[in-house]
Ligand binder design. Sequence first.
Ligand SMILES: Nc1ncnc2c1ncn2[C@@H]1O[C@H](COP(=O)(O)OP(=O)(O)OP(=O)(O)O)[C@@H](O)[C@H]1O
Length: 800
Amino acid sequence: MKCSKTSTVPRCVSDGADTAQRREVSVFVRIRPTANFAHGLIECLPDGQTVNIYHRKDSRKLQDSKKGQLSSWSFRLEGVLQDVSQEEVYARVCQPVVQGALDGYNGTVMCFGQTGAGKTYTMTGSTESYKQRGIIPRALQEVFREVEKRTEHSISVHLSYLEIYNETLVDLLSPLQDSPQRPPRGMVVMEEPGRGVFIRDLSLHPVHSEEAALSLLFEGEMNRIIGSHAMNRNSSRSHCIFTLHIESRSQILSDAKYIASKLNLVDLAGSERLGKTGSEGQILKEATYINKSLSFLEQAILALADHRRDHVPFRQTKLTHALKDSLGGNCNTVLVANVYGEAAHIEETLSTLRFASRMKCVRSDPAVNEHIDPALQIRKLQKEVQMLKEELSIHNTLVNRPSTTYEPLSEAQQAEISSQVQRYLDGSLKEISITSIRQVHAVFAQFKLVVQEQKQKARAQLCQTNDLVGKDQRATAANKEWETRGFNEGVEAGSFGVSAQSQKQSQRPSSTKAKPLKSRDKQSQNKRQGDGSPVSRKRVESASKSKLTSVQMPEREQESQEPDTRSPDTQESHQPGSEPLYLEPPPSKSEVFEDFKLGQGNKINCILKENKAVLLERRSLLRQLTDEVNTVKREIDCTTAVIQQHNEIQETQGQYLLMEGEPEATLLLQLRELKALYRQRYEALRSIKAEVNYCQHLVDQCRVRLLSEFESWYKNTFLLPEDEVEITLDSTIAHKENHRQSLEHLENAPPDSSSAESFYNARCRTLKRRNSRVLSFTQVQTNLSAGSGQRRLLPLLPVT
Ligand SMILES: Nc1ncnc2c1ncn2[C@@H]1O[C@H](COP(=O)(O)OP(=O)(O)OP(=O)(O)O)[C@@H](O)[C@H]1O
């Protein structure tokens, strides 16, 4: 539910203006510190809001007359953050949005800019140094401080962490998916009225303390995909959205209203000039996705900023779709444009600032997200009704009226009303006497009853008439048939009423009469057992087919019949002792998956299980280490606070010299040790994370392998030959198709080459039997190595 704004106004966007009015998105520019700052090209004015850029355009693109000219651009923003601490950045950029989120306003803080310009530094900060922690940890700290302060509200916080990598949504806090039978449903961006945009299947984690929230942040950070290129050794290769879902309810239990808000903290992947970063392979592919999605983001921003346009292309990419209600709308949106102020990057700086100035034109209309809890609302209304009843009874007493009853009418009262209505309808009563609302309802109900009874009567009459006509028609039709066939098929008088299907059965020659269903079922069961489980449907089916003709009716007679729509089981019978002609449909995959895991797939399944166990063990170690890092961090906080306190006391008392053995010196020593410990544990955390990633990778590989082997086993065991692709001789298409199938067989082959060859040959035997041209194992291998490097054998890597 959207309502007009009544509560606290976030500072960053209000500037004291009318809060109900639409306003601009706040935009800051943050300049990454560098020794080679381009003073001649970038000028930050003393007003702290304007940055001027001077740039000589590529002379090849200019006419002669313009060559050598310096162009200049001026950008006025909410603030220019140069040489500014993380603390100040948080205070100016994010603190007001956090306060707004606690008051029920949705908020978004987003970092945008070229690769290496400091987006992740701004958003997450450097986890190795407490002072340099970024916006997210500081926001978490503030939220939980406020939760403690706002005692008149019960505030719950949930976290989610979404990554968009190469147009794929990834849950960075996903609980381990360990059932290969139920692979996770793909995450999808969804929209629902009243709920807005959300990601289906993204996990939400309830958190009750800053520490728990930081643990989740660490966990998510460890799962992010990071790559290395010429401009950033730890470059984020994805867009990440860390979201705090805040719900605040009044402590007054009867209040059904509550507010719910979302705070999105977005670290976008950096745009990059491919030539500059020297990207290739996977990094190049990632860069292409990143640049494409950022360019769609720019298009969406352009459309949002242009108030004449009523369509905004949000669905072009997952990023803009996921951020649909976080860019402007009813949200407090803040953009930090990160730039790298060196001369070599002036073009990127210029384009980042251009994007920032477009973003500034986007309007937002913040509103508190107020909701009503239906259960509480019912309870509240019930209370109100009770109170009104009491008031009415007092009023009745005062005016000497009989007290109002709320009980349903008695049987006698109902009968009286019914008789009054009857008499009113037949004209013997002029008016129905009514003294209460309850009676009004009863009278209407009575009228309704009368109308329904009349309708039913009319329907029954109609049916009777139709029945008479129908009987006549059916009798005439049967007599005609009797006459034209000219022989007695034992059609008894009572069989005129039987369905078309049973008539048809009775018309068949006696040799084709269907056996009782039970015995045929048994036969098919026996067949299954005899053939070993699971059933080889293919062979049975083809054997049955050859016999099908011997028991079928002559073709002409068959043609003259109407198409038979019965199931295969009931269509044809067969001679005693013959195999069943039709079998049940193949078993469902989930039914036979367990069998497969115990049989053919046992080896991979065992490896998968072992890998999963190792992964779980590593994960629990990771959690333990994360807790330890947090504990040390807390100790650093405490010690720093105590030292600060001592310093303040000393300043007021005028003592400045530190003596060895004094409490301050001991504290400083302790702080240094704690910091060393922090770094050490952090390193350990990193390495265990790398192990977790590796284990996860292996588990994923095993799972994929298990499923793909299951698929091909299932196909071979249960599906009909007709389901396979027909391959004809001597055609290019056939040749290509053959090649494709050969490749597939090879991809499914075991990892060592000798068994790969025999596996391949066995799989291609069917193709050869059909006299098709099949590539030899060596040929396929040669083709593989000559072709794209993407088609590789999936190695199975056991962890021991
Ligand atoms: N304001 C700053 N103060 C100190 N160091 C900074 C600052 N901004 C960035 N850095 C440093 O610059 C390097 C690159 O920063 P960061 O990884 O945050 O860039 P990015 O914009 O997120 O890059 P990418 O888009 O490639 O992920 C890091 O080592 C970071 O510590």
